[in-house]
Design a protein around this ligand. Structure first.
Ligand code: 0X9
Ligand code: ZN
Length: 291
């Protein structure tokens, strides 16, 4: 912020249940740009997500690679590295495997924020049981964290031309797009698939990390509903919406506890994916970029 006062601005989406600020960073090099939204830390235990979001942000500010500079300057960027700060803190202090928020519901605590968004809420692959890891919440957008993200996206939709949503999760090494609740294909399936595949290919080129072929969340992961990616696409009006399940592989021995020496490599390969995906999105005519 202090180093890049002309390009970087701190944003505050509002508070979590326990009163923490949900903070972000806006990066902008001028007016008239399409915007990219990078969501991290919606699931507390997926620590590689916030670190990757901040790694990419740092690269956009400091890299001398012309392709990275190009995406840094031709888009507005909104980074929200820790959407679930209460859960994130809890995963450090009390339970490394915590996933949900920290608002109690009867005897059990927490809602799965990635089941709480108001699109196909609680329809499939989510639970009405507050004691389950995938509890959808007592109602759609019941959680202040989801409400803050939804409000922010809605408020910025017209003024900022939000067009691309990247949600960062782990693990499994897949890159998916809507929908999660059905195998019906979205209208622009072919474009999303092609953009996703460019991301997968770019990730493989850097260190050989193998992601599955890109496809819808329902096809590639499992049925789920009420996720931010699907909400951003269907209700938020962002035509390009993706979820990354970062390292490790589906049969990873480490699961959510990725060894620290992989933090930086995951940052690099994810940055490569963003470059390749935005390039393909541009080729397909999605973006307004300054000439
Ligand atoms: O189950 C989830 O929320 C995600 N997998 S995770 O292991 N990180 O929990 C997949 C969510 C896919 N997103 C949408 N369908 N919106
Ligand atoms: Zn997750």
């Amino acid at each position: 912020m202090a180093l890049y006062p002309d390009r970087v601005q701190s944003i505050d989406l509002g508070r979590s249940f326990e009163g923490r600020s949900i903070k972000g960073v806006k990066l902008s090099s001028g007016t008239g740009r399409s915007a990219v939204f990078v969501e991290g830390g919606i699931h507390a235990r997926e620590w590689i997500s916030p670190s990757t979001a901040t790694f990419v942000l740092n690269q956009l500010l400091t890299s001398v690679d012309p392709e990275v500079q190009d995406i840094a300057h031709s888009f507005d960027w909104y980074f929200l590295p820790v959407v679930n700060p209460d859960g994130y803190a809890f995963s450090f202090e009390s339970d490394r495997m915590w996933r949900k928020t920290r608002k109690p519901n009867g005897v059990c605590v927490g809602t799965d924020l990635n089941r709480n968004f108001a699109f196909q809420w609680n329809s499939t692959g989510s639970s009405p049981d507050p004691c389950r890891y995938d509890f959808a919440g007592p109602s759609a957008t019941s959680e202040p964290e989801a409400a803050n993200v939804a409000r922010f996206v809605t408020e910025h939709q017209n003024s900022s031309r939000l067009e691309t949503y990247f949600a960062l999760h782990s693990y499994g090494q897949v890159l998916v797009f809507p929908y999660g609740h059905t195998d019906d294909r979205v209208h622009a399936y072919a474009n999303l698939k092609s953009i996703g595949q460019k991301g997968v290919d770019a990730i493989a080129r850097r260190y050989g990390t193998e992601f599955a072929q890109s496809g819808s969340s329902y096809e590639v992961i499992y049925p789920s509903s009420g996720g931010s990616m699907d909400w951003a696409f269907a209700e938020g009006g962002l035509p390009l919406s993706f979820t990354f399940e970062l390292r490790g592989p589906g049969d990873s021995e480490y699961m959510f506890i990725l060894p620290a020496d992989q933090i930086t490599p995951v940052g690099w390969e994810t940055l490569d994916a963003f470059v390749a995906m935005l390039k393909e999105g541009r080729r397909l005519g999605y973006y307004q970029t300054p000439s």
